[in-house]
Each structure stands twice: as structure tokens, then as C-alpha cells.
Design a protein around this ligand. Structure first.
Ligand code: ADP
Length: 521
């Protein structure tokens, strides 16, 4: 026998079966259990509140930071014959009043609002007076100060909402949530452990790639040459980078659009529309672009520079392939990217503790760029997603598994050098000592006297730097977070030093032309 909810799925939405996690989430809500649903982008989170909202009596309030998406969602519901609306600052005051009156008259099944709406007494009074089916927090990671997109207004409304006696159940939905964020949302909204429905993060149609040691502009031009017909996004770290790349590409008659906060609202709207309607195939943008963009046929997302955290990387890269078709997520790495992100952390208004947390996240991002392990697994592990067991077999590291070299001896030399340097220095200085550099600072600190000075002089400083980063990325060596992270030995380092553990890399260890290009596609 089919349930009432399955019937709604079929008759209203035209889908036969629920996707993973949807049924459980919906069942919880129907039993008025506060619930957090963590599902990947495109996983079908909207139906998780739309179906119980339809099944239950009363109005559902959906809180979303994405004003630009509200209209689309509401239009889609109305076109299915489901009375819905949004109330936000994009409307005239008269229109807002009109919708508020309709809300009080219980006309709507769904009302979308931004958190700031709860600052309005007339809205809160209207909400108090009507029967509600549920209150849902979309993009719920914005509630948490540990989230990469924290919005204080999201958090501050929660205590006020809890005062309202007519809210039967709260739900929270997000595609990105680390353990810290999950437990923060849980405690804020009183969500029991077994009411966290986490379907895992894996997007099986996405292939992750790291490209290093290449001229980025040349790489992009040749990539675009091969993907002329496809739609994609190139994220840059700064507006200046976006402008420069846009100039370069349009000069070559590539159909590119650009988007960043330095453009006027009109320019941004125009650019976005041209991209969404496939008039322009490539969008060159800063991270200002994307929240609330629902374009399903994005075949690739290239990061021109490394972002600050894995959370933002996965969210931005995840804008590829929402239609489920195979898509590529490519990160072009250069060491300067790290300097830029450090600069941004230093420049920020954060207090020391917050800065340290950012440095920790940045280090994870740096590790992602240097690991030789499966990139998908690396990301899923970062989010503590234990649903997966195998490597993905499609990322650039999995594809680069042909040649493996034992670098245990070199690793031992690096580790013992770290030890002899008193575990007081970072990657750069350690590489210089191993190389036997004549750098002034080396002499100043007397590091040219230690036994490991110049012990790996056959390699370039660049290669040695890369190897140290690799050891850190694989957790064979620790770093202390901060602006100048110092290297520290850990248990794994000791095991390697004592010969109890071997170290392999997936590339030839012999220097050829001095180029380090471990992860080239
Ligand atoms: P999310 O908010 O999790 O990114 P959406 O709610 O926008 O994802 O859903 C993504 C797409 O999947 C939408 O086009 C939606 O209609 C579709 N979808 C959702 N649930 C199902 C289902 N059970 N069967 C088939 N398609 C579904």
C-alpha cells in the first residue's frame, strides 16, 4: 500500500520513489520530531519540507538566506497548484502588506522568508496567530558560527522562535555540515541524535582534479578549447583576477561572462542571466557568484586559485553536475594561493581564536592540494562521512596510480631534519636546510652546522617543499596552526624513522627537469 506521502510525491511532483533520506526525514517531521537533514546538493532537500508541509494542516514557514531563490521555489509550487508566497525586501511595502494579510487569512501552504523578517513585529504577530505545519531552516549551516557562511541573524531568531507556542516542529537542511556544525545545530534546535539524517556527501558524478606546476592561463585556454560547447564556472580568488581572466578570454572570442561584487547590480543580473540561458558558456566569478544559482548543466567548475576552506571548495565545486551527469571539478594550485589566503585571514577582524580556527581549515585545504590519496575520500573524511568505503577511481590521484615509488629513506631524512631543527621551523626553512642553501637566515640560526644540512641536495628546493607538504597532507608530520606553521613530529613520523612504516608516492622520485608536477591530469 502506498502512503499518503508517496501519493503526494507521485501526484504533485511526478516522482515514483523517494531518494535516500527523504522518507526518514519526512516521517520524523510527521511525528513532530525536530530533524536535521544533511544531503548533498541536488539530493532533494526541498521535498523533505514540501511533502510534510502539504500533508499537514497549516502553513509551513521556510527560512532561507537566498532571496534570489525564493521566487523560483514559490513559482514552482504555485505552478503545481500549491498556494505559496515569499515575503522579503525585494517587494514594495504595499505588496508585503498584502501578502501578510493573506498569510493571516491562512491562504498559504508555504511562506518563504529571510531570517531578518522575524525582526518585523507585524510578521511575528501574524505567524503567532495562524496554525503552522512546520518551520524549516534551509541552508542551516548558516546558523552555526562554525559554518563557513555564518549569519548572525539566522542564529539570533532561534530563541524568539522557540517562544512561539504554535510551532509544532523545527527542521534544518544543509548540504555542508562538519561534526561541529551538526552538533551546534542539534543543540540550538533541540534535535536528538537519531533525528540527524545524514545521507553522506558523496556526489558520484563529480571527478576532482588537482593541477599543479602549470601556467594557469594556458591550461584554461586549452581546457576551454576542448570543452567549447559545455557550460562551466571558473572561480578566481579576487576581483582583479576575474577581470584579468575575463579580458584574456573575451579577447580570444570565448563566450565568457563575469560576476563579482565590484560590478553594478544590473551588470551582475545581466551576466547571470546570460550564463543561465546558455548565451555565455563560461562564467568567470569570485565566490560572490553561486549562492542560489540553480543551473543544472554546469559541466565543470575550475578554481583558478585555492579557496580558504574545504567547505567552501566543496560547495563551489558542487555547483557542477546538479543534473547528475559526469562533471569535473578542477583546482589549479600554486603556492602563492596559500600566501593570499593567509593574508586574508590576517587582514580580517577575527579574534585570535577565530583566526586559529581559520588557519586549521586552511591547512586542511592545503593538505587536499598535496595528498596522494583519493581526493573524494579526503573530502568525505573531512566531513566525517563514513558512508563510503572505497576510493573513487575517478579523481586525478586515483587516475595517477600507475607508478609508485618508495621514498621512505628520503622521508626519514626529512623527518630527522625536522627533529634536528628543534621542531621550531616551517616548511620553507626545512626545505632550505635539506637542500643546503646559503640563505642568510640558515647561517644566522646555525642550521648549516646540523648533520642533516644539505643531506638531500640532489633535489630541488621546490621538490623538497612538495615532499614536506605531502608528508603533512598524509599526516606523517604535523603542523601547528598559525601564520607560520611549524613542523612537529607525530607517532607516524616516529614509525617511519624507526623503519616500521614505508612511505610511497605516486611519481618518480628522481629529479628530471626540476618541475614538480605530481598531479598533472
Ligand atoms: P537540494 O536542495 O538538495 O540541492 P533540490 O531539492 O533542489 O535539491 O532537488 C534537486 C532536484 O532533484 C530537483 O529537480 C528535484 O525536483 C529532484 N528530486 C527531488 N526528489 C526527487 C525524487 N524523489 N525523485 C526524483 N527527483 C527528485
Amino acid at each position: 500500500m502506498i502512503t499518503k506521502e508517496e501519493k503526494i510525491l507521485q501526484t504533485y511532483f511526478g516522482y515514483e520513489t523517494f531518494r535516500p533520506g527523504q522518507q526518514e526525514t519526512i516521517d520524523n517531521i510527521l511525528q513532530t520530531k525536530n530533524t536535521l537533514a544533511v544531503m548533498p546538493t541536488g539530493g532533494g532537500k526541498s521535498l523533505c519540507y514540501q511533502i510534510p508541509g502539504l500533508s499537514l494542516d497549516g502553513t509551513a514557514i521556510i527560512i532561507s538566506p537566498l532571496i534570489s531563490l525564493m521566487k523560483d521555489q514559490v513559482d514552482a509550487l504555485n505552478s503545481l497548484g500549491i498556494p505559496s508566497t515569499f515575503i522579503n525586501s525585494s517587494l514594495s511595502t504595499a505588496e508585503q502588506h498584502e501578502r501578510l494579510r493573506n498569510l493571516e487569512n491562512r491562504r498559504y501552504k508555504f511562506v518563504y522568508v529571510a531570517p531578518e523578517r522575524f525582526d518585523s513585529a507585524s510578521f511575528v504577530n501574524a505567524v503567532k496567530r495562524i496554525p503552522l505545519s512546520l518551520v524549516a531552516f534551509d541552508e542551516a549551516h548558516c546558523i552555526s558560527q562554525w559554518g563557513h557562511d555564518f549569519r548572525p541573524s539566522y542564529r539570533s531568531i532561534v530563541p524568539n522562535l522557540k517562544q512561539l507556542s504554535n510551532i509544532p516542529v523545527f527542521m534544518a537542511l544543509t548540504a555542508t555540515a562538519t561534526e561541529e556544525v551538526i552538533s551546534d545545530i542539534q543543540s540550538l534546535l533541540h534535535i536528538e541524535k537519531d533525528c540527524v539524517i545524514n545521507t553522506g556527501f558523496e556526489r558520484e558524478n563529480l571527478s576532482f582534479h588537482i593541477v599543479k606546476g602549470k601556467d594557469k592561463a594556458i591550461y584554461i585556454r586549452s581546457f576551454l578549447q576542448e570543452h567549447k560547447e559545455e557550460s562551466g564556472i571558473i572561480y578566481t580568488a579576487t576581483r582583479k583576477q576575474a577581470d584579468a581572466l575575463y579580458e584574456q578570454l573575451t579577447r580570444r572570442e570565448i563566450a565568457a561572462a563575469k560576476y563579482h561584487a565590484g560590478l553594478t547590480e544590473d551588470e551582475r543580473k545581466h551576466s547571470q542571466a546570460a550564463f543561465i540561458q546558455d548565451e555565455k558558456t563560461v562564467m568567470i566569478a569570485t565566490n560572490a557568484f553561486g549562492m542560489g544559482i540553480d543551473k543544472s548543466n554546469v559541466r565543470y567548475v575550475i578554481h583558478y586559485a585555492m579557496p580558504m576552506t574545504i567547505e567552501s571548495y566543496y560547495q563551489e565545486a558542487g555547483r557542477a553536475g546538479r543534473d547528475g551527469e559526469p562533471s569535473d571539478c578542477i583546482l589549479l594550485f600554486s603556492p602563492q594561493d596559500v600566501q593570499l589566503q593567509k593574508f586574508l585571514i590576517e587582514q580580517s577582524q577575527m579574534d585570535d581564536e577565530a583566526k586559529r580556527a581559520e588557519y586549521r581549515k586552511l591547512q586542511a585545504m592545503i593538505n587536499y592540494c598535496h595528498t596522494h590519496s583519493c581526493l573524494t575520500t579526503f573530502i568525505l573524511d573531512y566531513f566525517n562521512d563514513t558512508a563510503h568505503t572505497e576510493t573513487c577511481k575517478r579523481c586525478s590521484n586515483c587516475m595517477n596510480r600507475q607508478e609508485r615509488s618508495d621514498i621512505t629513506e628520503e622521508a626519514q631524512m626529512i623527518l630527522s631534519c625536522v627533529k634536528r631543527m628543534g621542531e621550531r621551523f616551517g616548511v620553507g626553512m626545512t626545505a632550505k636546510v635539506l637542500k643546503g642553501s646559503n640563505d642568510k637566515k640558515i647561517n644566522q640560526f646555525g642550521l648549516n652546522k646540523i648533520t642533516t644540512y644539505g643531506i638531500l641536495s640532489a633535489y630541488t628546493e621546490k621538490e623538497l617543499t612538495e615532499w614536506i607538504h605531502f608528508l603533512v597532507a598524509e599526516k606523517f608530520l604535523d603542523t601547528e596552526e598559525g601564520k607560520f606553521p611549524t613542523l612537529k613530529l607525530n607517532q607516524e613520523s616516529i614509525d617511519i624513522l624507526k623503519g616500521r612504516k614505508k612511505v610511497w608516492i605516486y611519481t618518480a622520485p628522481i629529479p628530471t627537469n626540476g618541475e614538480t608536477d605530481y598531479h598533472a591530469e
